[in-house]
Write a protein that binds this ligand. Sequence first.
Ligand code: IMP
Ligand code: MG
Length: 188
Amino acid sequence: MNILENDIEKILISKEEINSIENAMAAQISDDYADKNLLLLCILKGSVVFFSDLMRKITLPMQIDFMKVTSYGKGSTSTGNVRILLDLHREDFSAVDVLIVEDIIDSGRTLSTLVEYLKMKGCRSVKTCTLLDKPARREVEFTPDYTGKIIPDEFVVGFGLDYAEKYRELPYVGILKPSVYTKEDNPD
Ligand code: IMP
Ligand code: MG
């Protein structure tokens, strides 16, 4: 057992449940993109685990690419600031149907900003899929095209999701014990 598991209050989504969510989503995407030129876009770092599963489950030819954005600092809540840390450098934006793969939607700022940005770059189409969605926390209106699971307003980690860069390697989505972030946000 990974010692980090001591910080998990409970498992919210087991690896078996994640696997069946991914299977259903990949089948739907494979249908919807059969006549398109799919560019599967991973948003680093949180999406990397979900992304690597999806790319192997979608049964279509595709290209993959990566962007890195940040919408929050060290703590457990998002701020409104979206910064691009790693950009896309391509000549063929008008030839690709981009599907952005995100780990979780919170305020909605990251994805609404990215969709606008990629449309501005001239992509033929831009859609979004997310493993998790916390609609209760929305600050800007945003609805993803594919949603794995709607979850309550809890801070979750694992399966790529971090708290202060930790817990990404856990094989499930778990709720972090509040004592973990209360302690780190207030070191006194
Ligand atoms: P948004 O721009 O507020 O929608 O933020 C989305 C980003 O915030 C995600 O890609 C995550 O990096 C981060 N985030 C939001 N909620 C959580 C959470 O519960 N656990 C870990 N990261 C989260
Ligand atoms: Mg993220």
